[in-house]
Design a protein around this ligand. Sequence first.
Ligand SMILES: [Zn+2]
Length: 254
Amino acid sequence: MSYPICVTCGVQYGAAVSACPVCEDARQYVPVGGQEWTSLEALRASHANEIRDDHGLVGIGTTPKFGIGQRALLVEDVLWDCVTLLDDDTAAQVGSLRAIAISHPHYYSSMVEWARAFDCPVLLHEADRQWVMRPDAAIEYWSGDTYDLGRGMTLIRCGGHFAGGTVLHRGTDLLTGDIVQVIPDREWVAFMYSFPNFIPLPGSSVQAVGAALEPFAFERIHGAWWGAVIEADGSNIVRRSVERYLAALDGNLM
Ligand SMILES: [Zn+2]
């Protein structure tokens, strides 16, 4: 059976549906040309994954760009975030995984395909359970503020962009997807409810992201895209970016 995949967000569905709730949500969009579907089989014929170093971690991204265009990262044998395309070549290069952890629903992609191929769980925060479009026994929901992944890795629930918005901390690295967005100026980060629709977050949510990260020290911030990496001073950059954001919401533009 061929599971439908939304062309715009790259999320795979467990059954045929007429619309994509992920894209109809205010944080995403249905393109002016209308809803389109594809399948993993079709994607394997038209796309390939690029697997290479990205600032010290192994990145996995699809070419040509598919869906939202994020690249996943390998942290030892944990896959951070996910991409829709999984093919034999990718599976062979990745080797083995003990877990998949995903920042938020826009990157749920074909997570169940990955979990089955690598016989490992997908760890999602329970606050985003409603956005799982292909339920499966491999999906494990965690709750609370943090989850110990072992070997010095911690999942931190920040909320913000999504209620269950999660980042991964290990040593001096913070992997954020776009829960903490690395922006072109690598001296700052940003936070949004919707990136494509330019809807900001309320101050209380941005403060909550900052508070969730306050107990953790980190230098590098690995964002959602190839090269979207801040190399140093990450903790301070998040701190001052929260302050700048709150000031802007109050009308104080620097
Ligand atoms: Zn979609």
